[in-house]
Write a protein of this length. Structure first.
Length: 259
């Protein structure tokens, strides 16, 4: 009995010790579970946090760069629009200026003060061409002219001859110079008439001789012409050449006026 009681006491103590040990183990396990992370884990977490921070910084800079690029593109578009507007304005002004220049040329051309580049150039002739109809010295005089005088020259030499009118007109002109008080101051070498036009060639014998003789002719009935062109030019031998072209009114018109 004595030994049995001791065994029971020892068993109780063992059970009590085991219970206390289990309680202590549970307490330690709870402490381990609630223990803060180790230094190794802290380094990994810090590295992850740094990576996240760097990524955030990169993202922020990228957004800023994209924003700046968009602003620069908008600014360039605005400048391009302004330049296009300026180009359109300059093109419109240039078109208006071209119209004004063309109108100015047209007005000048109509007034007979100049020739517009948009129209036919004044009539002209070379000395070689003129020499087909007149001696070389007189061809030089004609080739130095242009416009209406050259047109009249061509028209005269290309025209058909009215025999009656031409012969009467030629004789009347020759008689007028022969009977003039200035007859000794000029030498008329040729008078050539066609239908309404006459050509006179000669030499001036004394200074101012042709001026006086032609003025006297213009004051007569023979000088009543639609147009008249008269020139003096020095020849190679020193003589002063006389050249004159005149266009008379139509024979019918002269008859009507005389009635």
């Amino acid at each position: 009995m004595k030994h049995t009681g001791l065994f029971i006491v020892v068993l109780l103590l063992a059970i009590g010790s085991l219970f206390v040990g289990l309680q202590m183990g549970k307490s330690q396990l709870n402490q381990v579970q609630t223990k803060p992370p180790t230094a190794h884990n802290s380094d990994e977490d810090a590295e992850q946090n740094n990576s996240a921070s760097v990524a955030k910084v990169i993202d922020s800079r990228s957004i800023d760069l994209v924003t700046e690029l968009k602003q620069e593109i908008e600014h360039l578009k605005q400048q391009l629009d302004e330049k296009n507007t300026l180009i359109d304005s300059m093109s419109a002004s240039l078109g208006l200026l071209e119209q004004q220049v063309e109108l100015a040329y047209n007005e000048i051309d109509e007034a007979g003060q100049a020739t517009s580049p948009f129209h036919q150039e004044p009539d002209a002739i070379t000395a070689e061409q003129a020499s087909l109809w007149v001696p070389a010295a007189y061809a030089d005089i004609v080739s130095s002219q242009q416009g209406e005088m050259v047109s009249l020259f061509k028209r005269h030499h290309q025209a058909k001859i009215d025999p009656n009118w031409a012969s009467e007109r030629e004789q009347a002109l020759l008689d007028s110079f022969a009977l003039s008080e200035y007859a000794d101051m000029v030498n008329i070498s040729a008078v050539n008439c066609k239908t309404t036009t006459c050509e006179i060639r000669g030499i001036e014998l004394k200074p101012n001789g042709w001026m006086l003789a032609s003025q006297q002719l213009q004051g007569s009935e023979l000088g009543n012409n639609v147009s008249s062109w008269s020139y003096l030019a020095s020849a190679n031998d020193g003589e002063t050449l006389i050249y004159m072209l005149s266009e008379a009114k139509e024979a019918g018109s002269e008859g009507e006026q005389s009635q």
